[in-house]
Design a protein. Structure first.
Length: 362
């Protein structure tokens, strides 16, 4: 943004804040570093409407840093009960003890604040800006949403590169005066106008600089966290040839490829006509007596998912002269365990053995 646009951005926001800012919230009244700090921690991952009553009870009971530092953690957690994310309460208490013991106050310097438990860059910025009017930017969820729309940022804000960019924008936009009101204005705008769903752009004081508004793409921002690529799905039909000697037919797989060097049932695509496929594949003189589909099973590889559709094919014993070789063999289901088998073959074999008699399955 050009310098004059930066000025007009903050001016427009401040004018809007003077008329529409949420000045009635309890932490806006007497915003000391302590009171701002407690509110910022409570507001993390929690709605304003939920926080109000907790905040009022908490600050009434622990009216300042020394009260909080001298309380027991149990007392703190008792007042935190129901607000959730209890690590926040424990960190708040621990940070109060450190701040009280080390500085005797909430330290007014960014470098000291950021070292306290539970205080990150944005919370430290909020305490310094809102309570002490110091020039530090804030980048909470509301501000991130506004900035990703203002600059039409087409990437997830959690990427370190994007987060760095957002901090840079947040710093550039900071006005030289009324930093507290400006910071509050950004937060209030995000909560009431530039909302997650259906932002009210027509009444937005900064719509003139908003690229998403210009492009009509407000709904695209912020870009959600990218999902990991879903694994692709493959299918195969495993043919369990069985003869009247209670044997099954196994093939030795090539050394390369999946299950390389292991023994498994022959495979074909799920659309294949099995009778013709058996003839083509094995070129032997036999009769297919029955074909039965068995329940499918799913096997996960690192890069894909394999849905296996097993089919039990009973062939006549007198003609089952499928050529055996080093690479192909008839074997009893019990003996098959002595061969190296991939997990799905093993699973199917167990099912066959559980059926005790292959004929029961056909
Ligand atoms: S114009 Fe709309 S999308 Fe842009 S900052 Fe304002 S409310 Fe948000």
């Amino acid at each position: 943004m050009k310098q004059e646009n930066l000025v007009s951005f903050s001016q427009s926001l401040l004018e809007w804040f003077d008329s529409y800012g949420r000045k009635h919230l309890p932490w806006k009244i007497n915003p000391t570093p302590y009171r701002v700090w407690v509110s910022e921690i409570m507001l993390q991952q929690t709605q304003v409407t939920t926080v109000i009553s907790y905040y009022e009870r908490f600050t009434k009971h622990f009216s300042d840093l020394s009260c909080l530092a001298q309380a027991s953690v149990d007392e703190v957690l008792e007042l935190w009960a129901g607000l959730g994310y209890y690590a926040r309460g424990r960190n708040l208490h621990r940070a109060a003890q450190i701040a009280w013991d080390t500085y005797g106050e909430i330290p007014p310097h960014f470098e000291d604040l950021i070292k306290l438990p539970g205080i990150g860059r944005s919370t430290a910025g909020a305490i310094l800006a809102l309570a002490l009017n110091q020039s530090y930017p804030v980048l909470d969820g509301n501000v991130k949403r506004i900035l990703t729309r203002q600059y039409a940022i087409n990437d997830w804000f959690g990427h370190p590169r994007i987060e760095k960019l957002l901090w840079q924008y947040a710093e550039e936009l900071l006005p030289t005066e009324r930093v507290a009101d400006y910071t509050q204005a950004l937060m209030d705008l995000g909560a009431t106008v530039c909302t997650r769903q259906r932002p009210k752009c027509s009444i937005c004081p900064i719509k003139d600089s908003c690229q998403a508004y210009f492009l009509g793409t407000q709904g695209n921002y912020p870009v959600p966290k990218p999902q990991k690529n879903p694994l692709s799905l493959r299918t195969t039909q495993m043919v369990i040839l069985s003869n009247h000697q209670q044997e099954i037919f196994l093939e030795h797989r090539p050394l390369t490829g999946i299950w390389g060097g292991l023994w498994s049932f022959p495979e074909c695509s799920i659309e294949t006509n099995l009778e013709s496929w058996c003839e083509d594949q094995f070129n032997f003189n036999y009769q297919v007596e029955s074909i039965k589909k068995l329940p499918s099973l799913r096997h996960r590889f690192t890069h894909f998912i394999l849905d296996i559709y097993p089919v039990l094919v009973q062939v006549s014993s007198e003609h089952n002269n499928i050529a055996e070789s080093n690479q192909k063999t008839w074997v009893s289901t019990k003996k098959a365990y002595q061969l190296g088998l991939p997990a799905p073959t093993l699973k199917l074999l167990k099912k066959l053995n559980e059926a005790s008699d292959l004929k029961h399955m056909v």
